[in-house]
Ligand binder design. Structure first.
Ligand SMILES: NC(=O)c1ccc[n+]([C@@H]2O[C@H](COP(=O)([O-])OP(=O)(O)OC[C@H]3O[C@@H](n4cnc5c(N)ncnc54)[C@H](OP(=O)(O)O)[C@@H]3O)[C@@H](O)[C@H]2O)c1
Length: 277
């Protein structure tokens, strides 16, 4: 099936988790998308994801293809950019979904605390920004009435809720030492930084009529936080994580333009509320 006339969507980190589920929801809908399934490392991982997507919606009018991109690697970003530029010359929707939380790897002693912090920032902030910077010209070249740029932030990123002590998983530390480096600390700090990133991109692209969204999809039962080096995955539903399909349906609604009236000024959107900064 060709891609002409289809909305071109690029989702980073879409071989698994939320990104994969977003693609799955889009394929199940009547609108026609061509979805670039971003995956880092071997392209076979992306091919496997595309095969599973087609299996989930065999009669879809939408299509998908894998694309290799590691957002911490400038050459990888540029290679992906050149491919999209040469093949289409534009992108309609860019979803900055790739993200990591390395706490398990740090706790297990596989990487140092500094490596954990730096790599978390490298993916969730620096890599996300540089990927966006590289691809922004393709968003501007979109002929869609409203091109969309999306960031996926976290419920843990809210400064206001954290300071008020109402943030999810907020607990006071017991008195005395040691004061451990709290689980999810680098992750939540990086996502707070990403909130500013999204706000900045909203400002920068405002006069180009690109709608910028910062989505807080809820606590989802995905592989986030699992140690990729061991391949061990934990079921987080016992901790209250919900079906990723719920967050994915919300993201797909944003992609489809159902939330456009909420795009400006940039805010943190939860499915049913605005997340306090
Ligand atoms: N799960 C939640 O509760 C939750 C809540 C709020 C926000 N989010 C956000 O949702 C997004 C998706 O997370 P998820 O829950 O679906 O987690 P996930 O299952 O761990 O998926 C994360 C995806 O990002 C990819 N990725 C990691 N580093 C990358 C890099 N350097 N370059 C390109 N891709 C990279 C991963 O690839 P590999 O497979 O190669 O590791 C994977 O495809 C993240 O931004 C996360 O912060 C998640």
């Amino acid at each position: 099936m060709g891609t002409a006339g289809k909305t071109l969507v690029f989702i980073t980190g879409a071989n698994t988790g939320l990104g994969f589920e977003v693609a799955k929801v889009l394929l199940s809908r009547p609108d026609s998308y061509h979805i670039l399934i971003g995956c880092r490392g071997a392209i076979s991982r992306g091919k496997g994801a595309v095969a599973r997507l087609i299996e989930s919606s065999p009669r879809s009018t939408s299509t998908a293809e894998p694309i290799s991109v590691d957002i911490t690697d400038d050459i990888s970003i540029t290679t992906a950019f050149e491919y999209v530029r040469e093949k289409w010359g534009y992108v309609d929707i860019l979803v900055n979904n790739a993200g990591i939380a390395l706490d398990t790897a740090v706790t297990a002693g596989r990487i140092t605390l500094r490596e954990g912090w730096n790599e978390t920032y490298n993916v969730n902030v620096t890599g996300t920004h540089l990927f966006t910077t590289t691809f922004a010209p393709l968003l501007l070249a979109s002929r869609a009435p409203i091109p969309r740029l999306m960031f996926i932030t976290s419920g843990l990123s809210s400064l206001a809720e954290h300071a008020d002590g109402v943030s999810s998983r907020y607990t006071l530390a017991p008195p005395g030492l040691p004061k451990p480096d709290t689980l999810w600390f680098p992750y939540r700090v990086s996502k707070t930084a990403m909130n500013m990133l999204a706000t900045e991109w909203g400002r920068v692209l405002r006069n180009d009529k690109v709608a910028v969204f910062n989505i807080s999809p809820g606590f989802l039962n995905t592989g986030l936080g699992d140690d990729r080096m061991t391949g061990e995955s934990r079921d987080k539903s016992v901790m209250g994580a919900i079906d990723p399909l719920i967050g994915a349906t919300f993201c797909a609604d944003v992609i489809a333009g159902q939330r456009d009236e909420q795009s400006w000024p940039v805010k943190v959107l939860r499915k049913d509320a605005i997340q306090p900064w």
